[in-house]
Design a protein around this ligand. Structure first.
Ligand code: 6PG
Length: 236
């Protein structure tokens, strides 16, 4: 029977600190290997709160920061100094020493969210990166990045040849900028980072169904292009 799902592995831990140590070590290896092979490592990083302890470990490692190309999976359309900014979170939690990384900024710099999406889309096109790994989170509604269920802009984000689009989910305060599915699948590997029993339940629900508009994370789980490793810890 053809392999229906692209989940390559499920790594499950009792405690999130065990997960973060194991995943940080794996990412360190992955970065070192990519830099050795191609002179740089290109990584998509999730926003939100779950990855913060992972970022806090990574920032202590002697990574080849000058050879890293980073990009968020998505951003709230706010300036970096806004508390909701994912880029601001990265600066505090991963990059406090302001290491010389290259990063495509998704922060608010222009007058409309559509123009911001066009700027980011253009910069990603010019960059032409192939991501060595994309670290994604998931909301309890089955969104990933800012691919929110039934959101205005979701269909474009799932089907467009663009790299970045604006999405205006009804249930969140700010308009969002998100990498498109095409850009998220422009990765050699995807890591889906989950924590707590509710998210495991949502993950299993996503595996069991195929309607991507109602659970956009399914677009990551039910595809055959990029291996997906799920990392989950039971504790909240
Ligand atoms: C964001 C993230 C988003 C996040 C999920 C889970 O901008 O919030 O990119 O996709 O990964 O909403 O968020 P938590 O990790 O905070 O539960």
């Amino acid at each position: 029977m053809a392999k229906l799902l692209q989940v390559d592995s499920e790594c499950r831990f009792a405690h999130f600190d065990e997960l973060t140590i194991a995943l940080a070590a794996r990412l360190w290896d992955l970065v070192e290997s990519a830099v050795e092979k191609q002179g740089r490592a290109s990584i998509v990083l999730s926003g939100g709160s779950t990855p913060v302890p992972l970022y806090n470990i990574l920032r202590e490692l002697p990574l080849p920061w000058e050879a890293l190309q980073l990009c968020l999976s998505d951003e709230r359309w706010v300036t970096v100094d806004n508390d909701a900014s994912n880029e601001g979170m990265l600066q505090r939690e991963l990059l406090p020493g302001d290491p010389p990384v290259a990063m495509v900024s998704m922060a608010r710099t222009v007058d409309t969210v559509a123009a911001e999406a066009d700027r980011i889309d253009r910069e990603l096109g010019e960059l032409g990166a192939r991501w060595d790994v994309a670290i994604l989170g998931m909301g309890s509604d089955g969104h990933t990045a800012s691919l929110f269920p039934h959101a205005d802009g979701l269909t474009q984000a799932l089907t467009s040849e663009r790299n970045c689009v604006a999405v205006t989910p009804a249930e969140v305060e700010q308009a969002r900028l998100t990498l498109t599915l095409r850009q998220l699948l422009n990765a050699r590997r995807i890591i889906l980072l989950l924590r707590g029993s509710e998210k495991w339940r949502v993950y299993e629900e996503a595996l069991a169904g195929d309607d991507q508009e109602s659970m956009p994370v399914r677009a990551i789980l039910h595809q055959q292009e990029v291996p997906v490793d799920v990392y989950w810890a039971a504790d909240r």
